[in-house]
Design a protein around this ligand. Structure first.
Ligand code: DGL
Length: 266
């Protein structure tokens, strides 16, 4: 069973990509809806929350832990790996950075993320470690999180806000980025509006998909991949199962019934 952790429902974009990559797998998803958003909180707080939440997943017998939340991956991965020794812990930053470096010709790479992820510098560091000459621009795009949660991922409001964030990036005096990393769980929901603002030339890297491929390879290498049978999903949340089901249904692209979401206390 694979544990998937996020601050809320956003990580369901990663779960969707994981389930497509590993259809026979059993997933246990935890959204820390009582304490979201993580993206505006200090690194110390996010580390504390992430440790508590991932311990709850480990207690339930997972064999691999995926940190779907970009903010938690960016600031808490070393602390989580220090504490969780018996299962592989996979974050979304390294797979996203690897895909961006592979895709970029010019080395000009932009990362859109939450405030906490940008401040933590993990994407910038992971890209520069692979490609020392890269020119990385990281930009916080908090309004995208609200738009995705409000169900306004498409249409004129999303398009205006996509231009608001991306036009200055694309007009950068040293040349526009050729690669854009969607460094937040919510941003794949806005892919169409983002593509509308970037035009067709920019390569958009969705860290959910690259992480899913990385998890499959890790499980296969460890001989842990489930090969046959039907997969399953169990959903846990720390608050408001009804809201989780309503908003999460859009992220997962399938209806989630409120009684599918188990309320837990950390
Ligand atoms: N899951 C967060 C991330 O990917 C976005 C939502 C939040 O701020 O908690 O960074």
């Amino acid at each position: 069973m694979i544990g998937v952790f996020d601050s809320g429902v956003g990580g369901l974009t990663v779960l969707k990509a994981l389930a497509a990559e590993l259809p026979a797998e059993h997933f246990l998803y935890l959204g820390d809806t009582a304490r979201l958003p993580y993206g505006t909180k200090s690194a110390e707080t996010v580390v504390r929350y992430a440790l508590q939440a991932t311990e709850a997943l480990c207690e339930r017998g997972i064999e691999c832990l995926v940190i779907a939340c970009n903010t938690a991956s960016a600031v808490s991965l070393p602390a989580l790996r220090e504490r969780i020794l018996d299962v592989p812990v996979i974050g979304v930053i390294e797979p996203g950075a690897e895909a961006a470096c592979a895709a970029s010709h010019s080395g000009r790479i932009a990362v859109l993320a939450t405030e906490g992820t940008v401040r933590g510098g993990a994407y910038q560091e992971a890209i520069l470690r692979r490609r020392a000459g890269a020119k990385v621009t990281a930009l916080a795009a908090p309004l995208f999180v609200a738009l995705a949660e409000e169900g306004l991922s498409e249409g004129p409001i999303a398009e205006t806000i996509a231009h608001h964030y991306l036009d200055p990036l694309l007009a950068a005096p040293h040349g526009p980025p050729d690669t854009l990393v969607l460094g937040c769980t919510h941003f794949p929901m806005l892919a169409r509006a983002i593509r509308g603002a970037t035009g067709p030339e920019v390569c958009i890297v969705d860290s959910a998909q690259t992480t899913a491929r990385h998890v499959r390879r890790t499980l296969e290498d460890a001989g842990l991949a489930a090969r046959a049978g039907e997969g399953s999903l169990r959903l846990l949340a720390t608050d408001a199962p009804q809201r989780f089901a309503r908003i999460g249904s859009r992220f997962l692209e399938r209806r989630i019934e409120p009684d599918e979401v188990e309320l837990i206390d950390l």
